[in-house]
Design a binder for this molecule. Structure first.
Ligand code: DSN
Length: 409
């Protein structure tokens, strides 16, 4: 019996979600569509407990899953030349960062990280997150034109003497110069931690500098530009391997399922293929096309453009805030999220920006011409005040020509 017959109510929700996704475009830069092989690996692998700390297993029947984990580890390390040790178990990025901090820091230590309003992540020191509660956070900021100021970062590091500097964030149209971060960390006696969750695919394919050999630790999620299922992986130096493994289990989490580990292993193998490079080349080409067309339409962009897979419309000075803009776009089937801009006068629930990314639409086969069409739809909705219902029909027509991988048409 299929779900349709055993639980029609749940099935109706599933069907509605799939239809909505098929008829819309997901431009949230942290979203992506894993390949059918990744989805199959996660769906088919049997569910059972296999808790372990890398040496000791606490359940029977773990011979094969142990090999799955080793395969995922070997494939993850192969993606990042210079990396020394990886733990492939973290279930999400916030947990992955927590495991790294607990392995390398003590409560009360100082962390220097990018502020949330400037593109940082909540696990880099938000006061309502464990990171902001267990550590003393000092923030570096971006300049008013949306760029990193390495003189300011160096000055803060030398003055505050942090135990760790974090390079990375979730809303960064600029790149991280890890060599410079490494030099600052060395000079100030800090560890360097890289959170490359957003731009990991660009690192693997040479579109963004690698954190290695400069970083002491690194964390990335797997579901963003890496195109895997939800999850994370954390890296450290070989000398800290045991610390990190124990910090993951039993430190901050219990069980990573075999399904999660196998899906990661499959995604890592795919990311090593030439086709992944072709995909990321297209992600970059597509975001550049979107950026140019937005500028031609009269929009302002944070940092003036982008060197990654995402961009941020700066709505300051316009009649609409980020929240209102997001709602208009959603009504037309264009999913892009409200986003704080540097020195934003609005709170995170309102914002003055909208963040767009190209990973998911590129996975559906869209190209630069389609990105330019998307920019023009956004102009009609946000600048010309056109009724979203009219744009919705055009969006739907294009979306249905580009099925979501794994969902069929
Ligand atoms: N929530 C993710 C994002 O949207 O960037 C980061 O974890």
């Amino acid at each position: 019996m299929s779900l349709k017959h055993t639980d029609p109510q749940a099935y109706a929700l599933l069907e509605r979600e799939c239809r909505f996704r098929a008829e819309s475009f997901d431009l949230v830069p942290s979203d992506n569509h894993p390949s059918p092989s990744v989805l199959e690996a996660e769906r088919m692998y049997p569910l059972f407990y296999s808790e372990n700390d890398g040496r000791n297993f606490y359940y029977p029947g773990c011979v094969t899953v142990k090999e799955v984990e080793e395969l995922a580890k070997a494939r993850a390390l192969a993606l990042f030349p210079g990396a020394e040790h990886v733990n492939v178990k973290p279930t999400d990025g916030t947990r992955g960062n927590e495991a790294v901090y607990r392995a390398l820091l003590r409560n009360g230590d100082t962390i220097l990280s990018l502020g949330l309003a400037d593109g940082g992540h909540l696990s880099h020191g938000l006061k309502w997150n464990y990171s902001g509660q267990d550590y003393k956070i000092v923030s570096y900021e971006v300049t008013s034109d949306g760029r990193l100021d390495y003189d300011q970062i160096r000055e803060l590091a030398l003055r505050e003497k942090p135990k760790m500097i974090i390079a990375g964030g979730s809303s960064c149209p600029f790149q991280f110069d890890f060599a410079t971060f490494g030099a600052i960390a060395k000079e100030s006696g800090a560890l360097l931690h890289a959170d490359i969750s957003h731009f990991v695919g660009l690192v693997i394919t040479g579109h963004h500098p690698s954190p290695f050999p400069f970083a002491d630790s690194m964390m990335t999620t797997v579901q963003k530009t890496l195109k895997g299922q939800k999850g994370a992986i954390a890296f450290c130096r070989a000398s800290e391997a045991r610390n990190l493994d124990r910090s993951v289990f039993p430190g901050v989490m219990a069980h990573a399922t075999g399904a999660q580990l196998l899906a990661k292993a499959v995604a890592f193998a795919e990311a090593a293929q030439p086709s992944f490079k072709t995909y990321i080349d297209r992600v970059v080409e597509n975001i550049q096309a979107l950026a140019s067309e937005f500028l031609a339409c009269g929009f302002k962009l944070v940092a003036g453009g982008t060197k990654t897979h995402l961009l941020i419309l700066d709505l300051r000075g316009m009649s609409m805030n980020g929240k209102e803009g997001e709602a208009k776009l959603e009504a037309a089937g264009l999913l892009a999220n409200k986003q704080l801009v540097p020195k934003d006068p609005n709170p995170p629930t309102i914002t003055s920006g909208i963040r767009f990314g190209s990973p998911a639409v590129t996975a559906r086969g869209l190209g630069p011409d389609d990105m330019r069409a998307i920019a023009r739809w956004v102009k009609r909705l946000l600048l010309d005040g056109e009724d979203p219902a009219r744009v919705r029909e055009e969006v739907k027509a294009l979306a249905l020509r580009h099925p979501v991988p794994g969902l069929g048409s």
